[in-house]
Design a protein around this ligand. Structure first.
Ligand code: LRH
Ligand code: MN
Length: 393
């Protein structure tokens, strides 16, 4: 991209070099829908092999240095040893995801369940996840609750909110000073009438009540169709309550498809709000995580493609001429302002990203480099026996 001003080029390249996308351990395992899980060859059989795959994504992209874990899917005897194996592979362990959505006891809810014994069990799992963070060195405890009801009258909305607040308070107070709680919301599913944390407003209310180290996670697949997600990004950034993203994309509901595959323009608009607010760097504390399921496509290439999609959207957002944009906005120049954004969006940033990768000493075409690497063929034969990892649902 020869027409970029030298200082723009170095500003954009240095920001992209420091980009940090966190991949998801469960994306490397078998996954599917309620209709079918199509098993794939070479799928990891344990958290150590998931970490090896995550390290491979980082090796070929250079910007995916951590992997999020999900408990109990990634339960091991020695989490410090797991962290060491990750470090040996060149990556770190990221957010710890609790799971209070798969136990028979949680049919009527976990932390919001009418039965105090079930609530205690759920809270104990959240506290166990903080113990695990102490050993993995993870900063973030990520909480998503499938809790909700299916029929009007099934349970009392405000009482369930009280139970939720009580559980979050006990867990928040257990956090260490460098640890955070990230609360994820979701409009519906598996509950189909009330979901106890259905939207950013409810998540925000709970996080605001808890304290500084409680922030909201935006899963891009968890909104009603037509929701302007970048508006939520801007408002939570303004309030200092955006903790991170579960990136994926969807055509209909929580489809968990590759981020940027269904709506690359939406991903660009989201990253534009991030860049505009100066929130791309580590110091802003926004966790850019992937939360996807690769039901029919090969998993590691799908994760690599997803990281590249985030890079491309970020590069385009970094090319927005903020001064020209602000001038047009202040002048009420509607089309002019829109054109500034569309110019950046319509810029082919792939040559710049190839240049970035060469500068970083990695192959400019990660997808092709991975395909040539023979990594898949090697793990396919190594992982022939044993039980492939999955959601265990
Ligand atoms: C719920 C969710 C949540 C996870 C799970 C894997 O839909 O987005 O983030 O824990 O997917
Ligand atoms: Mn999610």
């Amino acid at each position: 991209m020869t027409d970029l001003a030298p200082q723009t080029r170095s500003r954009v390249l240095s920001a992209l070099r420091r980009q940090h996308v966190e991949t998801a351990s469960w994306a490397y395992g078998n996954s599917g829908t309620r209709f079918k899980v199509f098993p794939q060859e070479g799928v990891p059989r344990n958290p150590y092999e998931k970490i090896a795959d995550a390290a491979t994504v980082h090796r070929f992209t250079g910007v995916a240095p951590t992997v999020a874990l999900h408990i109990p899917w990634d339960r091991v005897d020695d989490y410090a040893d797991l962290a060491r194996s990750a470090a040996d592979a060149g990556i770190g362990l990221g957010a710890i995801n609790a799971n209070v959505f798969q136990d028979n006891d949680y049919k009527l809810g976990s932390v919001t369940n009418p039965d105090p014994g079930v609530r205690r069990k759920a809270i104990d799992h959240l506290l166990e996840c903080v113990d695990i963070m102490d050993r993995t060195g993870s900063r973030d405890l990520k909480l998503w609750f499938s809790d909700g009801t299916n029929y009007p009258g099934q349970d009392d909305v405000r009482t369930r909110q009280d139970r939720l607040a009580e559980a979050l308070r006990e867990t928040y107070d257990r956090l260490g000073e460098n640890q955070r709680m990230l609360l994820e919301y979701k409009l519906f599913e598996p509950a189909f009438y009330v979901t106890d944390v259905p939207d950013w407003g409810t998540a925000y209310l709970h996080c605001a009540a808890l304290g500084q180290r409680a922030r909201v996670v935006i899963d891009t697949g968890h909104h009603a169709p037509g929701t302007n997600i970048e508006f939520i990004v801007a408002v939570l950034l303004r309030a200092g309550k955006l903790g991170g993203f579960d990136f994926n994309s969807r055509f209909y509901a929580d489809d968990d498809l590759m981020v940027g595959s269904a709506d690359p323009f939406q991903l660009f608009r989201i990253m534009h709000e991030i860049v505009l607010a100066g929130a791309l760097g580590e110091e802003a504390g926004i966790a850019f995580m992937l939360d996807q399921c690769h039901n029919i496509e090969p998993k590691i290439p799908a994760v690599i493609r997803s990281v590249l999609n985030v890079q491309e959207a970020t590069a385009k957002a970094l090319l927005v001429d903020h001064d020209a944009l602000r001038a047009a906005q202040h002048a009420g120049d509607v089309l002019g302002a829109n054109a500034v954004l569309m110019d950046a969006y319509n810029t082919d940033v792939r040559p710049l990203l190839r240049e970035l990768r060469e500068d970083m000493g990695i192959d400019p075409d990660p997808m092709a480099a991975y395909a040539r690497s023979g990594y898949f063929e090697r793990v396919r034969s190594e992982r022939a026996g044993g039980q492939a990892a999955g959601w265990g649902a």
